[in-house]
Design a protein. Structure first.
Ligand code: MTE
Length: 311
């Protein structure tokens, strides 16, 4: 299994140029055939992608921060737990079942799922409901590409993502902190939106286990918990699906969970955030942007909706 010890020191905030150098190194190594097959495959898939038209004019978070400050409760509730414990996750072999309101239900082997559409790299902001954020270069393709293949029926109105819940691989699922398996959901039009990324890699590599290997979803205009990791099942439904966080605390975590600086969490403000690796405790926090900065692209999905009610 790949180990993801970073070659970037924790102290260093990775400017995009450094990340690109690193990527050039990976590219050269792949060409020379010196990298592990999984890594070369991942690097190759990352590099296949066209230059991203989805980027943010902000520094990319260091690889070290993005892989050592995580939420993945299946491995514990501390931010450092996933990096310490997720090496027990086996991301291969892996299958993803797509079922429910689709004309063509199917079980995909992870390798077939990877090849289904052209990968691209997208540098997205990730805003966690807890008040911190990162900027991460993800690698994947729009979820709509997969949905096209399975053909949602006329009854499909929502989509549910289910993460793996195997106590042998994931010690955290023995705790009752959440109901397992971890489930999340979107309205179908949100899932079809081109920003919604079925994600297989980050920083030009396969997803590290702690970031949700081998496949997760990234929905950049919503709080991070909507972006379920290590997905084994995708189900199209007519009714709004239950989600783990909504079941755990319905008054705190709604179904929509769009990033919204004007709607506070009942226990804290959502108006500002701290960028991991950049904003020390003495620096003023940065302002959180409506829909995490993606309002131009997604606000239209919510026209006429009361976003205080549908939080
Ligand atoms: N997916 C699963 N299966 N389990 C989790 O605990 N945590 C969520 C989300 N997806 C979580 C999950 C939360 S709260 C956040 S902020 C993001 O993953 C964190 O993703 P990252 O660790 O890759 O930054």
């Amino acid at each position: 299994m790949l180990k993801f010890k970073s070659d970037i020191p924790a102290s260093e905030i990775t400017p995009y140029a450094v990340y690109q150098q690193r990527r050039a190194f990976v590219q050269a190594a792949v060409a020379a055939g010196v990298l592990m097959p999984t890594l070369s495959e991942a690097a190759a898939m990352a590099l296949k992608g066209a230059p991203s038209s989805y980027s943010v004019p902000e520094k990319t978070t260091s690889f070290d921060d993005a892989t050592h400050y995580n939420n993945f409760y299946e491995f514990g509730t501390d931010k450092s737990d996933p990096a310490r414990h997720a090496d027990t996750l086996r991301p291969a072999p892996w299958t993803v079942r797509i079922e429910g309101e689709v004309a063509k239900p199917r079980t995909f082997d992870i390798d077939d799922l990877r090849k289904l559409a052209g990968m691209e790299e997208r540098v997205y902001r990730l805003r966690c409901v807890e008040g911190w954020s990162m900027v991460i270069p993800w690698v994947g393709y729009p979820l709509v590409q997969l949905l096209k293949q399975v053909q949602p029926t006329g009854n499909a109105k929502y989509i549910e993502f289910t993460s793996l819940a195997d106590p042998k691989q994931m010690p955290g699922v023995r705790s009752s902190v959440l109901e397992w398996p971890y489930t999340e959901g979107l309205r179908l039009d949100e899932a079809l939106h081109p920003l919604t990324l079925l994600t297989f890699g980050m920083y030009g590599q396969v997803l590290p286990n702690q970031n949700g290997a081998p496949v997760r979803v990234i929905v950049p205009w919503k709080y991070g918990f909507k972006s379920a990791k290590s997905i084994v099942r995708i189900r199209l439904t007519e009714k709004q699906p239950n989600t783990s966080w909504n079941l755990a605390a319905p008054g705190e975590y709604g179904f929509y969970s769009n990033v919204n600086p004007e709607v506070d969490h009942p226990r804290w403000s959502q108006a500002t955030e701290r960028r991991i690796g950049e904003d020390g405790i003495f620096k003023p926090k940065r302002k959180t942007l409506m829909f995490n900065g993606y309002a131009d692209q997604v606000a239209g999905l919510y026209t006429g909706m009361d976003l205080r009610k549908f939080y």
